[in-house]
Design a protein around this ligand. Sequence first.
Ligand code: ATP
Ligand code: MG
Length: 473
Amino acid sequence: MKKTIYPKLFLGYLLFGILGFAAVSTFTTQCAYQYILEKEASQLYKEANLAASDYAVSYYSNNITLEDFEERLVLLNLYLDAEVWVVSTSGEILVNSSQKTDPDNIQSIEGFDLSDFGNRYYKTGSFYNRFEDERLSVYAPISINYRVNSYVFIHKPIATLHTYNNGFLEIAYATLGILFLCAFVLLAIFTFTIILPIKKITKAANQYASGHFENPVDVHTDDEIGYLAASLTYMANELNTLEEDQRKFVSNVSHDFRSPLTSIKGYIEAMQDGTIPPEFQEKYLNIILFETERLTKLTESLLELNNYGKRGVMLDITAFDINQMIKMTAQTFEGSCKTKRIFFELILTGQTLFARADMGKIQRVIYNLIDNAIKFSHPDSVITVETTVKNEKIFVSVKDRGIGIPKASLPKIWERFYKTDLSRGKDKKGTGLGLAIVKEIIQAHQENINVVSTEGVGTEFIFSLPLDHPEDE
Ligand code: ATP
Ligand code: MG
């Protein structure tokens, strides 16, 4: 079973839930409690101050009776749900809202010391062991004639604060739950938009790796993953055609080698066993020679093409007279021209015309183009070779009045081993590699070659070359 990213994501999701829960149950709980405590303390402090400045001062100024004072504190007790005391500076409980005051039996708080409160006006705890439960105790001084006479204390049970806090925490947990659910939705979206497509892409890549390029990657989204899938499909297609080209190439090479070899073998055997009598042998030896030449040419062309196939063909760039080269090359074809009664018409620009290119290779181009022109020309026709200069480029054109190339074949003539059906009868020796070599040479020079042809009328090949500028040197 292969490891996938999914369990890690799911683990991350769970971890997010657990950490969220831990954060709410510790940090949020503590912060919320502290917040509620301070809020409540400040509220109680206001009440204590009110009681101290209002009822207590009225009582001490003898404006109201002790009963009235007590009654008001009891009401405050009910309202606040907290005990209200009046304590003297020495710690005697003068009035207590939860029990009737008995002047003869005044209770004293043991160890009462206001400095225990520090610089705050509230404190939590059992208030000098006066309460069994925990209380929030808040005080405010009662001042008579600018002197602190006693204190109002309000003691609120902490349990009520916890009730608030729990209510608040419920909201926090509910929010956490909603977030957890949102994260789940996110996880689901992530799964459908990223993980599943990546799985598909991986599967397709594995197929391609094992040599099966047929199926495209089944992801069609308009995002990075979609682009990745499209690139992969494109790559697979390219590899597929490359493989097919290679197969075709090998089968063509094999075929082109096999047919001459078979005929050579056949004739030699026939000569050996006497089927061909000695007086006829010369004719067949000539055929064998022809086939051997064909094989040699094929091997040479293949070796040459193999060199061009490698990256960065080494070009031996020099300046040379292209006009001169055309004249010389045309001359080498004199023999074959004579037999077919073909004439050359050379329309050359200037006395000399210097190009900067690899001389040997360009000669090969001109040779191949003229060779084709002669092979596919009708007898008694003219082949025109022309040089022109345009936009700092030399254009060389080789034009024949021959069989022409069918429109459908035009793009294919540059392929290795390609020969049009029209030409097969005219030229048995051809390998179909000549134009492939021409194209490689022109491309290595970063120049262009074009063909214009009409079936039954003729064909023209035009290629460009860089013009030489002697003053640049
Ligand atoms: P090779 O050049 O190896 O002797 P080839 O001439 O058949 O063989 P290419 O030069 O590559 O091969 O040409 C490929 C094919 O293009 C030819 O077989 C022919 O069908 C067609 N072709 C090329 N030049 C001409 C032309 N001038 N007129 C008509 N058809 C042509
Ligand atoms: Mg050729």
